[in-house]
Design a protein around this ligand. Structure first.
Ligand code: NDP
Length: 314
């Protein structure tokens, strides 16, 4: 009997396309829709999925590996019946990291050059010339979380000229990016950052980390970029800081509620750029190649790369 890989399929990632990609890779797996209730659950050894129905993964008794279609795994760990013994691999690929670096570079340059102001002037048909009087070399960026994504963004920003520092859990003496740790390090970094970029994992302990107390420490008119999870930023505090002029502008790719409701005032805020959680979305080809690489490692009884650590929480 051929092993089944159960995949999340939808109009952006159709089952027929997944089937073609896995067939072309030569992988010895049969592809099935994870929601197909006619599949023999005992034959499912792998799942390549994003936000599967709660309880669905627990129905596969011979599941060997869960492959997240995203770099984050909160869409899996939020399922209380997630099988505790099955390893979870994260979608961490060169493409994921490069896309994130491109996005963060775009976001920081947009804040540096005050793109919200340009956008508002264009909408009002106003020819408003202005000088910001500084370049990336004068702009300090603090990155919260220097994991695979954070490091990729940090190198890209440094290449453009930004002055980059990071905040991590474990000290990194002598690392290529200066890093701070712990609560006091976070406060110090906030005070030194013209732009703060959130690239932390979605551990509950980190929820609400960008709040009034951190925003108040930042230089007046500073910027925020959030590409991690909506829960990291306390939105009412962000809005109050913008209103008070303490914060200049923000780029938010992730929001506490997704999709952001059409009636939410964040859409129309003159100093906020909202994007619909698209900073880094892996292509189907890359996702399939990554899954085949992980499955091959499992079949050789090797430990696959980029496993989620349930104890660390990321
Ligand atoms: P990693 O798990 O590789 O890295 C996490 C980083 O956060 C590490 O540097 C870690 O420090 C640091 N960290 C964790 N806990 C703490 C803490 N308590 N205090 C200080 N630092 C801490 O994550 P990724 O780089 O893969 O992903 C980052 C984020 O990006 C995730 O939230 C993910 O969901 C999000 N993401 C968003 C996407 C989008 O399209 N918007 C797409 C993909 C990912 P240390 O190095 O010391 O362990």
């Amino acid at each position: 009997v051929q092993t089944i890989i159960a995949v999340t399929s939808n109009k952006f990632a159709p089952l027929a396309q997944w089937t073609r990609l896995f067939a072309a890779s030569g992988a010895d797996v049969r592809v099935a829709d994870i929601d197909d209730m006619t599949i023999n659950v005992k034959e499912v050894a792998y799942a390549l999925c994003f936000r599967p129905q709660a309880g669905r993964l627990a129905q596969f008794p011979n599941l060997r590996l869960i492959i997240s279609l995203g770099a984050g795994v909160d869409h899996l760990t939020s399922d209380p019946s997630l099988p505790a013994a099955v390893p979870i691999a994260r979608m961490s690929t060169d493409q994921t990291r490069d896309q994130m670096a491109d996005y963060v570079a775009w976001a920081c340059l947009s804040l540096l050059r005050d793109v919200p102001r340009m956008r508002n002037a264009q909408a009002a048909h106003e020819w408003e010339q202005f000088s910001i009087g500084r370049t990336a070399r004068d702009c300090r960026v603090g990155i919260l979380g220097l994991g695979a994504m954070g490091m990729s963004a940090a190198s890209c920003l440094q290449g453009i000229g930004f002055k980059v520092k990071g905040w991590v859990r474990r000290p990194r003496p002598g690392g290529e990016i200066d890093c701070l740790c712990r609560e006091e390090g976070l406060r110090e970094l906030a005070a030194q950052s013209d732009i703060l970029v959130c690239m932390l994992p979605s551990s509950p302990a980190l929820h609400g980390i960008i709040d009034q107390s951190i925003l108040a420490l930042m230089p007046r008119g500073a910027g925020i970029v959030n590409v991690a999870r909506g829960e990291h930023v306390v939105v009412p505090d962000l809005l109050a800081a913008l209103e008070a002029g303490q914060l200049g502008s923000a780029v938010l790719d992730v929001l506490p509620q997704e999709p952001l409701p059409a009636s939410d005032p964040l859409w129309d805020h003159p100093n906020i750029i909202v994007t619909p959680h698209l900073a880094s979305i892996v292509s189907m080809q890359t996702a399939a190649d990554h899954a085949v690489m992980l499955i091959s490692a499992m079949e050789r009884d090797e430990t696959p790369t980029y496993l989620f650590d349930r104890i660390k929480g990321y």
